[in-house]
Write a protein that binds this ligand. Sequence first.
Ligand SMILES: [Fe+2]
Length: 286
Amino acid sequence: MTFTIRKLTEHIGAEIRDIALTSPIRRETFAQLRITLAEHAVLVFHDQQITDEQHVAFTEGLGEIEMTMRNDPIGDGGPVGVLTNLDENGELIPPDDPRMVYHQGNGLWHSDGSFKRVPLKGSLLAAKVVPPEGGGTEFASLCAAYANLSEEKKRRLDGLVAEHSLAHSRDQIAPNLMSNAFLEETPSQNQALVRTVPETGKKALLVGSYATHIIGLPLEEGKALLKELLDWSTQPQFVYRHKWRANDLVVYDNRCCLHRARPWDGHKYARVLHRTTLAGDGRTVA
Ligand SMILES: [Fe+2]
């Protein structure tokens, strides 16, 4: 092993030490990192002052990079999305500005891109500017959540499919947050409620704020089941809370965890993260 792993909690998260992401990384090391990511769901690298080019190169070493969506407020169709509360002049954008209200959806537990036909496999967040207090990101293990269900519950979930929709998530924040073009770019999609992560053979729940209802179940019954599973998955024992330091790179496997951004005082503090994403291998339903 060409790097060191330090577990951060019992079920989720590991800090990766003794590796410099500013230097070329060998193919074998990337292969080890891919397995380590699937095992721990979240990898934290501290003190990595990387450029966007190095961020993209590291992403491509881990897998196939997925471009940002054309109508997504954080991207322009390129490889790097920018999560920021600074405008083009470097001034703070007030938290109640519509540009910021849209991002409040990131405060709901979600798996990046589960509203896509092929959900995103992973995401990489590089911290450029972080607030001195608040603004952390929490991650919840979907593998530990599944593993700790009763056998009866696991049987009940077997074969169930949920509908996922980006608009559903944003509607929980405020109406009309998405442009018509963005709505057209993101029609709702069906996803398996339970999937297997090939690298580890472990099963994971797929729930979160994009999940609307369960196909074939009465609407309210399906919504109640999704809420029950979300509450179950995000219990403290399944959660790692990340407090950002500038020059952190955090890589997370969207198949294995949910995440949410925590609030901070946007009237006082800037928070700037750059994000790349890894494409998924295929659909979760036939
Ligand atoms: Fe996210």
